[in-house]
Design a protein around this ligand. Structure first.
Ligand SMILES: Nc1ncnc2c1ncn2[C@@H]1O[C@H](COP(=O)(O)OP(=O)(O)OP(=O)(O)O)[C@@H](O)[C@H]1O
Ligand SMILES: [Mg+2]
Length: 413
């Protein structure tokens, strides 16, 4: 151990108490400050299940990090605790993971299959058959089944609303069992893609979780900080700064907790046993960079080519690009990479998408006699982003490529 490269890191005192997962999103605290009203309202709906009746279906909306998942998981635990006769089944699914009608039905169905040999297989059956087994098995006993579809919008965008149609209608075909659906989403628009009947059935009750303000975030962080850190590791300024920074965006508790966790990790890594406001600022930069790189990594290949085109043009010194410039750069890269070449119109759409993701900044500029064009600039750190882009298999062939075409000159008054 004497000369081990790990030695300095093993010796430093940890700023965390034993369980560092307390600051991770998967941790559900014993109470959820500033969600008392929403919890009450949902409890009054779900209490019906404890009387053996079917609760209304509920749709819950709210921006990311407003506590939807945390509240519903918390209520799931509470309802199982209160369920003396064990008549309630609480089934939670995240539709980003369970994202096809087959998988959703299989997942629900297998909760009611006791015998291992009778389990519904991962693939191979018709959806119809899975649905029939599910209905049959579920209906063997008197019970109330509460099904939570978290990120329900992902399911709808990927597979349409067929499965929701069947699930929301299933009560008509059940004699003993009753089911109730709870959908969670951070996207208000997805209901436009639902059949009107599905939409009205799912939305018996609708709730919106508002974003947290800075004071509320501070309470949430304070609670977690007390659980996560040793005494004296953190001061009030650190918690307030994390809360204020997260509130500036849209009141996202996940972002606030991320800032605190990353600040703690940075402090720890530099061998300090206290977390300072400076660490929070460093954490903010790191979290932001990680977000940008993650967004870049998950872009479709054609969008990656567009973004790379913008970065390479800028690298060559063209600071204000028109849509035409970006298109020329894109075409050159797409040709080199051997992918198909999209139309300029489609590329214009991709630029708007990159703009929405915050990876580029596209402003409409008017110039000269009523002419209008977009002025496009990247808003990503070039070196790091380029590295991520070049990791894409399709783009790896154009590593270190230099553009040949010339940009047009934008004339500004
Ligand atoms: N009122 C609260 N009290 C304590 N912790 C909270 C509260 N609200 C949210 N959190 C914590 O913030 C993080 C994000 O919350 P959650 O996952 O519930 O957000 P969400 O609304 O489901 O977001 P998304 O739409 O992105 O899924 C979690 O770690 C959660 O425990
Ligand atoms: Mg969630």
């Amino acid at each position: 151990m004497e000369d081990s490269v790990f030695k300095p890191y093993l010796q430093t005192k940890s700023v965390f108490k034993e369980d560092r997962d307390i600051l991770r999103p998967s941790y559900i605290p014993e109470n959820l400050p500033h969600r008392e009203k929403q919890i009450d309202q949902l409890a009054s709906i779900l209490a019906t299940a404890l009387r053996g009746e079917r609760p209304s279906n509920v749709l819950i909306f709210g921006k990311t990090g407003t506590g939807k998942t945390a509240v519903i998981k918390y209520l799931g635990n509470e309802i199982l605790k209160a369920d003396e006769w064990e008549r309630i089944h609480f089934i939670y699914m995240n539709c980003e993971i369970v994202d096809t009608p087959y998988a959703v039905l299989q997942n629900i169905g297998n909760r009611f299959v006791q015998d291992f040999d009778e389990r519904i297989p991962f693939t191979g059956w018709s959806t119809e058959r899975v649905y029939n087994i599910l209905r049959e098995k579920m209906d063997e006993e008197r019970r109330v089944v509460v099904i939570v579809l978290d990120e329900i919008d992902k399911l709808v965008y990927k597979s349409g609303d067929d499965v929701l149609y069947h699930l929301s209608k299933i009560n008509d075909d059940l004699e003993k069992a009753k089911i109730s659906l709870i959908g969670l989403s951070n996207d208000l628009k997805f209901t436009e893609f639902l059949d009107p009947r599905v939409k009205s059935r799912l939305g018996d009750e609708k709730m919106v979780f508002p974003p947290y303000n800075a004071n509320e975030l501070r309470d949430i962080l304070q609670q977690r900080a007390e659980l996560a850190f040793e005494n004296g590791v953190i001061n009030g300024g650190v918690v307030s700064l994390c809360a204020a920074l997260a509130a500036q965006e849209h009141g996202d508790a996940r972002r606030a907790l991320d800032l605190l966790r990353v600040a703690a990790e940075l402090a720890e890594r530099s061998g300090c046993d206290r977390i300072t406001e400076q660490d929070v600022r460093r954490a903010k930069n790191k979290v932001e960079l990680d977000c940008v790189l993650e967004a870049t990594r998950s872009l479709p290949t054609q969008s990656k080519l567009v973004l790379l085109g913008i970065i390479l043009s800028e690298e060559r010194g063209s600071k204000r690009l028109t849509t035409g410039d970006v298109y020329s750069a894109y075409k050159e890269l797409a040709r080199r990479a051997g992918t198909g070449i999209l139309t300029q119109r489609r590329v214009t759409d991709l630029i708007s998408e990159l703009d929405m993701l915050g990876l580029v900044n596209a402003r409409v500029k008017s110039f000269g006699r009523g002419g209008r064009t977009k002025e496009i600039q990247s808003s990503v750190p070039m070196l790091e982003t380029k590295k991520v882009l070049e990791k894409d298999e399709v783009l790896s062939g154009i590593k270190n490529y230099r553009l040949k075409f010339q940009t047009t000159l934008l004339v500004h008054e």
